[in-house]
Design a protein around this ligand. Structure first.
Ligand code: HEM
Length: 300
């Protein structure tokens, strides 16, 4: 993993805000074995930099929020996929161990942080640009089509057989926080409450076809092919590095023509508040746990 401590001169340069293609294993496939595995052995200690909530640098709206929408989703896919491994290991009553539970709750919080990060787009811009692009990709475009979410959906519903155990209390809290965050950002960006899926004709009960999953992947620049765990971790790490540059330069709530567009107001969202200042911290913890888990498995 790279060392993400950023030097002062680098901080001055505007980040390129360039989305990258994400390579993910085909759904249901494990990771490829790879000679790179040896390079995963150590994660360097690094400082997680701070960032401002309210940015001061004027931003190029279309580029920044498109980048955030794609990058926030791609990081979510990586976190879901990391969670899949644990869920696949514990399909029945034998629940995950302490480290695995820590990985699950950290990845759930990381996903919640990505919901907030992606939703920092001003509402008007979301409707004029991002939602329009999704509706052009398919009129019923929906998060329910996300391939990597499917295997962890039961967990987000609290339905894994081992989830009632007291050892899962922190995970339960993270899952509850995630539900609150998703509802909050949906209400914030689409106050009339209708998703594209719900708005489109004949939407209820549509099943997810392979074509819809491909349309979803394609929109978020995601390509399915064999991926080693080392490559998987490297892709997570490089996205966190890019996101760090963005947050340090633009703040969580960027300066858009002299205005800020907070996602969580002072009056609402007590449970979400730590995620707003802790985006980089939670992602850093998730990346370490994901990387270490594989090493522990390899040494078993
Ligand atoms: C920030 C990015 C977002 C992500 C990553 C995301 C993710 C997801 C996922 C994974 C699901 C499937 C849940 C399941 O099957 O149990 C879902 C469903 C849903 N999402 Fe989101 N979501 C996002 C933004 C939004 C927004 C802005 C709205 C506003 C309307 C919204 C409204 C809904 C609704 C109503 C559903 C239920 C199914 C449907 O009608 O599409 N989401 N979302």
């Amino acid at each position: 993993m790279s060392n993400r401590t950023v030097d002062d001169s680098a901080e001055q340069l505007p980040p390129p805000l360039q989305p990258h293609v994400l390579f993910m294993p085909p759904l249901g496939d494990g990771f490829e074995s790879s000679s790179d595995e040896a390079h995963e052995t150590e994660v360097a200690d690094r400082d997680v930099p701070e960032y401002s909530l309210f940015g001061t640098e004027p931003v190029e709206e279309e580029r920044l929020f498109w980048y955030r929408w794609i990058a926030g989703h791609q990081v979510s896919f990586l976190l879901w996929r990391a969670m899949c491994d644990v869920v696949w290991h514990h399909p029945e009553d034998d629940g995950p161990g302490e480290r695995e539970l820590e990985l699950l709750s950290t990845c759930v919080d990381g996903y919640s942080a990505m919901l907030l990060y992606s939703s920092t787009v001003p509402r008007e811009h979301y409707h004029a640009d991002i939602r329009t692009r999704m509706a052009l990709q398919h009129p019923a475009f929906s998060g329910t089509w996300a391939p990597d979410y499917r295997p962890v959906r039961r967990l987000f519903r609290g339905k894994m057989p081992w989830q009632a155990d007291p050892s899962c209390a922190a995970l339960d809290e993270a899952v509850t926080r995630n539900g609150i965050t998703h509802s909050h950002i949906a209400d914030h960006l689409v106050p009339d409450g209708h998703s594209l899926l719900q708005q489109s004709a004949g939407a209820p009960g549509v099943s997810v076809s392979r074509e819809k999953e491909d349309l979803y992947d394609n929109f978020f620049l995601t390509v399915r092919r064999p991926v080693s765990h080392a490559e998987f971790v490297a892709q997570l790490d490089s996205r966190i590095a890019d996101l760090t540059d963005d947050l340090q330069h633009n703040g969580l709530y960027p300066n858009v023509d002299g205005q800020h567009h907070p996602v969580v107001s002072n009056q609402s969202g007590e449970v979400m508040r730590p995620l707003l200042t802790g985006v980089l911290d939670v992602l850093d913890r998730a990346a370490r746990l994901v990387s270490d888990m594989r090493l522990e498995e390899a040494h078993r």
